[in-house]
Structures are given as structure tokens and as C-alpha cells.
Design a protein around this ligand. Sequence first.
Ligand SMILES: *Cc1c(COP(=O)(O)O)cnc(C)c1O
Ligand SMILES: [Zn+2]
Length: 409
Amino acid sequence: MSYEVALKCRECGRKFELLAIYSCEFCFGPLEVDYDYKQIKLNTSKKSIENGPESLWRYASLLPCDPEYKVDIGAGFTPLIKSKKLAEHLGMKNLWIKNDTANPTWSFKDRVVSMAIARARQFGYQDLACASTGNLANSVSAHAAKANMRALVFMPDDLESGKVIGSSIYNPILTMIDGNYDDVNRVCTELAASNDWAFVNINMRPYYAEGSRTLAFEVAEQLGWRAPDHCVVPMASGSLFTKIWKGFNEIRNIGLIKDLNTRMSGAQASGCSPISTAFKNGSVNFIPQKPKTIARSLAIGNPADGYYALKVMEETNGAAEMASDEEIVDGIKLLAESEGIFAETAGGVSVACLKKLVASGVINTDEETVLFITGAGLKTIEAVKDEMNPPIMIPPNAEEFMAEFNKLG
Ligand SMILES: *Cc1c(COP(=O)(O)O)cnc(C)c1O
Ligand SMILES: [Zn+2]
């Protein structure tokens, strides 16, 4: 069963039918899925969830689509790992890492695509499309392949080869556009208006975005049904950030967790930091930027949910930080060497920003903090390949190895 009842305008509150639409026809505000929370509460318990599948479908009663239409390649229910070395390095007493590199296409985007494709199938679409900064195209291509749908994925032409091959292997119609993500998004919005395609992050966006709430559900469940003191989340459009907060509120409201005092802090790259810059300027209105950063998965200069992300920071007494390319690389290496997790550039942004938030005292060293690592490092090897110790190169001879080994000291 699923309990979505309407689409609701986030600005004026008007309600609309559950259709393939994404903005309010009165005020142009973004639409969001509204649920019958009474029914959800009646039909959802810790026990019913705990007995569910080990994927995000364990939260089916909280999701905006009929699970009958799901395309399950194993998204969600990723590990929440207690940090020891990274926590010590940062001087923190209580740090967790939500490792979303463990998803089927190695990023959190499998969560949002799971919602969009189920809804698209429910609406009867044959074609699944997206405007992508890389990871979304990977996930759309993989899920469409599994569902026997045609995939049309659009991305900027300057992405890492891991992101390109990570899509093309599933044989989508892959288009690379000579422009940045905001250009890609503009082209796709035009294509969405004139074609009968399910664009996961355009006409499916209200459903798509809901998938990110599963990160909040999982973190709460994995902590023994409670919310942490602080979350540090990477931001591109800001959707993930706002939806994690929405997710915690929903499970508090239906009684799955008792208290909710979580502070929400966001992380961006300095080279594309419209949301973090606005936060630092004390404003809830951001100024769009032209991205120039190695964190290409976060390179959205005109973030659709930027305003709402800033409101969440205000509401939760959270904050925002930004990291330079060099700090991003250091963050990737620090996470790998301290926790054995190889993250992509967005993960480097998260680690670097966490470090700054702790150093500046915004995050108290005893606040229980969850760091969200949203994508895997093999997709962005360009960022780190010249930054590591070179391998020892020897002929096939043990003495040669010992000679080199003894030089290491
Ligand atoms: C897309 C993406 C994000 C954040 O996306 P939002 O647009 O803010 O929801 C974070 N990390 C990675 C790796 C991503 O691909
Ligand atoms: Zn409206």
C-alpha cells in the first residue's frame, strides 16, 4: 500500500492531482507529494519496517508510489558506520558515516530514481529521461535497462570518464551537451514540454525527490530509532538536504522517533557555492553562479531547492561550508586513509566541510554527527590520480622487493 494523496504547492499550499507535473499553475511554486499521515501511522510500525526487505522498499508505506511498479536493483539500506580514526583526527567524540557509495550504481541517486521510475511505470511511460551532473545518468540508465524502458540521458560534456562509461555501459541514448548543467537542464525542460517522456528530475521531480527521505529513515532506524544531533550533507540543487530534514520530521510526527533536535548543515564546493555563499552572507536568497570545480556532481549554479535549503539551515540552527579543489582532494584521501571508504569528489566536499565546521566550533565535538557520503571514488579517479604515492615497480624477484621495501624506512 502507498498513501500519497495529492501534490501540494510548497508556496501557496494549493493541491493538485497526482500527475506528471512539477510546478503550481497559480504561483509557479514547486510541487511536493502530500500523504495521508493518519493512514501511514496506522499501517507503519518499527516492527513492520524491521521485517521488510533490506532495501529502501522497507519504507514502502512512506513512499510516493505503488510498490507493485518498483524496479529493484537493490537501492538503499546502506551501511551506517561508526567512525574511529576520522573522528579522532577531527577531535570528535561521536561521528557516523552514512556510506551511500554502497548503492547499485554507487551513488545516492539510486534512491531518487527508484521513486521516479516506479511512478513513471505507474503513469505508463515507456521512456525514462534525465538532466544529469553524472550520477543521475548512471542510475537512470541502469534502472531503465532493468525495466526494459528506453533511457535518454543528458549531461554536460566535461564529465569524468567514470561517469560517462558508468552510463553508456547500460546502453542509453546518451547526449553530452557543450555547456554546464544549468544549460543541460534548460534544454531538457524544453524537451520535457514537447515529448511524452518521464524526465525523472523534471516532470517526475515531486516523486523523485521523495526518495532522498529514505536516508533519514535509515539513519534513524540504524541509530536505534532516534535522530542524530547534526547532519552534514552535500548540496547540488539542495533537494537531498531538504528531504533528509523532511524525512526526520515525518517519522517524528508518526511516532517512530521521539525527539527531533537535529541541526542540518550543508556542504558545497567553493567553485560552485550559491547556497553556502548565501548562508555566509546571512541571506535566504542565493545568487546563481557559473560552476568551476572538480566536484562536478555538485556543480549546479542555479539550485532549484537552494531557498528551501537555506530555510532549513535557519530553522535547525545549522550552517553551510564550502571547500576548494585542493581541500576536496585532501578530504577524499583523509576519508580513504582513515575509514577505508573511497568517495568521489562530493564526498571530499563533505569531509572538508565537516572539518571546517568542527574547527570553527559550529559543530560541537560531542554532538552526535552523521556525515553523508553520497558517491563512490572510482567514478572520479581524475581528481586523485596524481595525488598518491606511486607503486613500487620491480622485476619478478623477491630480493628486488626487499631492497625497495627497506628504502621506505
Ligand atoms: C546529486 C548529488 C548530490 C546532491 O544532489 P541534490 O541536487 O542536492 O539533491 C550529492 N552527492 C552526489 C554524489 C550527487 O550525485
Ligand atoms: Zn502555488
